[in-house]
Design a binder for this molecule. Structure first.
Ligand SMILES: [Zn+2]
Length: 455
């Protein structure tokens, strides 16, 4: 493949967080081959194709550490927002998941990943609520993005694809066998989490992930409910219980961990367990992050933190910059102190910090020689970015969102050019998506209506 030079103001996110004005990244064979001044690279590589340019910012591809790719997507923004989170999940999301076919899974994941990459997200950790992982892996390949895939993992209750412990473990193992670590799509061990797994499932799943050298992810304590459930189950706090089962560790990524006490925080820090923090979900579902959340303390004590966009009906937009801005604003407001957390730290969380938290810091997350060429060109020529700011990080985070993303390269391949996927035409999926939405509502026995009268 022809060499490419991606030019602009580079936010490298390297060890020193070097910024290059009028910089360039040389992309060769899927990897970053050189980083430097644009004119030097162009001179040395006259045959290279040049992308980006003046008034562009180039960042590493963003990391979304918690995203449901199926289920909610095809009924996006249809679940009423005046009901309790439990009702939204168990009366709406779960029945829609249960009605999903393989075609629905692929369509849903394709749409989610197209939106994500259009907003600069090149790596997505799928949250594990997938019935047909092979179809979701196909969606990753179609859209041309990096990520992890799992499958339903719960052995308690009667939700979709709940099964006995051995069956669940077998299903998880087959995902790991199909998508080994190191590929563009990796298999992870994924449990639903909460109070919806037996002790044996939690501990055997952790052993399985460790043996395969891959990640384990599950949900815990977005609201106070899991704390109540575990105090009845074992008399211990959830994270304490999991620590005793041997579930914590550097390969474990816990989604949420909002309602945790000091002891639980210490256990997460001591074991190097990572957290995927999804603040839009807690705000949308009213789960109390502004009172209970300690994610920034966790980070500042050395904790491994990433950001996630979660599911459409808990956050709606799949936009890492939007999540970063929210996380920054929440941290400052919760402490009545604008100095506790800055935009630059949020950018770290969606690039190198997030990559490190999901165990991929050696491969992605920064513009450094030898890393995978996952790059995003943000076009700052629009009126909203005029004049360009002195510090591009401030402009990108506080004044930006995914709408400025123009070009995206993953593994050296341009997958978005001029704001459009080079691989999938989403307009060709509209009819199919509308049809699928109607059928899913019918099969799940749901009939949403607008809140206001329609004439
Ligand atoms: Zn989730």
């Amino acid at each position: 493949m022809t060499d490419q030079i991606v030019a602009g103001t580079l936010l490298t996110m390297d060890g020193e967080r070097t910024i290059w004005t009028d910089g360039g990244v040389l992309v060769r064979d899927g990897l970053i081959d050189a980083v430097g001044h644009r004119h030097d690279l162009v001179e040395q590589h006259p045959d290279a194709r040049v992308m980006g340019g003046p008034r562009c910012i180039v960042t590493p591809g963003f990391v979304n550490a918690h995203q449901h790719l199926t289920g909610d997507r095809l009924i996006r923004s249809c679940i009423p927002d005046y009901i309790q989170a439990r009702e939204a999940i168990f009366d709406w999301v779960v029945p829609v998941h249960a009605a999903h076919t393989g075609d629905d899974d692929e369509l849903s994941a394709t749409l989610s990943l197209l939106e994500a990459v259009g907003n600069g997200i090149t790596t997505t950790v799928e949250a594990g609520t997938v019935a047909h992982p092979e179809r979701v892996a196909t969606a990753f390949e179609r859209v041309g993005v990096r990520g992890t895939v799992g499958t339903w993992g719960w052995d308690v209750g009667d939700g979709p694809f709940a099964a006995d412990t051995d069956d669940v473990l077998e299903r998880q193992q087959s995902v790991l066998d199909s998508w080994p670590t190191g590929g563009l799509v990796e298999g992870w061990v994924t449990l639903v989490g909460h109070d919806l797994a037996s002790d044996r499932l939690f501990s055997d799943a952790a052993d399985m992930a460790r043996a395969a050298g891959t990640g384990l992810t599950f949900h815990m304590s977005p609201s106070p409910d899991d704390g109540v459930a575990f105090s009845e189950r074992s008399g211990k706090r959830p994270i304490h219980h999991l620590a005793d089962l041997g579930v914590l560790g550097p390969g474990t990524l816990i989604a949420h961990a909002v309602h945790i006490d000091e002891r639980e925080m210490s256990l997460l820090l001591d074991t190097r367990t990572a957290i995927a923090y999804c603040p839009w979900a807690y705000l949308r579902l009213g789960q109390g992050v502004t009172g209970a959340g300690h994610h920034v303390d966790f980070l500042h004590q050395g904790g491994r933190l990433a950001l996630g966009c979660d599911t459409e009906n808990a956050g709606d937009a799949i936009d890492a910059v939007r999540v970063g801005a929210l996380a920054t604003g929440l941290a400052r407001d919760m402490s009545c102190d604008p100095t506790v957390f800055e935009a630059h730290e949020a950018l770290e969380l969606i690039t190198i910090g997030g990559a490190e938290a999901i165990g991929m810091g050696d491969r992605i997350g920064s513009l450094e020689v030898g890393k995978a060429a996952d790059l995003v060109v943000h076009d700052l020529s629009g009126v909203g970015s005029t004049p360009n700011a002195v510090d591009p990080a401030l402009q990108l985070l506080w004044a930006g969102d995914g709408r400025a993303v123009r070009d995206v390269i993953v593994d050296g391949i341009p997958v978005v050019l001029d704001g459009r996927s080079t691989r999938v035409d989403h307009e060709g999926l509209v009819d199919e998506a509308e049809l699928a939405q109607r059928r899913l509502f019918e099969q799940a026995g749901l009939s949403p209506t607008p809140r206001w009268p329609v004439r």
